[in-house]
Design a binder for this molecule. Structure first.
Ligand SMILES: [Zn+2]
Length: 124
């Protein structure tokens, strides 16, 4: 190695700092991550779980809404509102919400891609 007394071409502390490829996770500040990552795997997992919990809660609320609507519809039609009709309404509402959520899950990314393509095409 050729060390020059003037200081050019020498490694300095500032450069060594940037060569360090890890940094603390800005969210939990307990784990280190690669410089090109935003948060650590642990925090990514946590965010994913929170999202799943939120989605489940939302689906549950949707099922309740559809269920009460179905139940009212059943009563207004004069159909049996007994235990059988009750469980039928529950199964139906879960199915309706499940299918709707599945379709949204499938179509929203496609619509998003199409919308992005449209915006980009308009910019040109
Ligand atoms: Zn973290």
């Amino acid at each position: 190695m050729d060390i020059q007394v003037e200081g050019s071409n020498n490694r300095v502390a500032g450069r060594d700092y940037y060569e360090n490829q890890i940094k603390p996770c800005p969210k939990c500040e307990q784990r280190v991550i690669d410089r090109d990552k935003n948060i650590c795997n642990h925090c990514t997992q946590q965010e994913r779980e929170q999202f799943a919990h939120g989605a489940m809660l939302l689906l549950g609320i949707c099922v309740l809404f559809v269920f009460s609507w179905l139940h009212d519809w059943r009563i207004s039609r004069g159909l049996q509102p007994g235990l059988e009709g009750f469980s039928e309404s529950i199964v139906l509402s879960v199915m309706i919400v499940g299918v709707t959520a599945g379709m949204l899950w499938f179509f929203v990314p496609i619509i998003w891609e199409v919308a992005k393509a449209c915006i980009q095409a308009r910019r040109r």
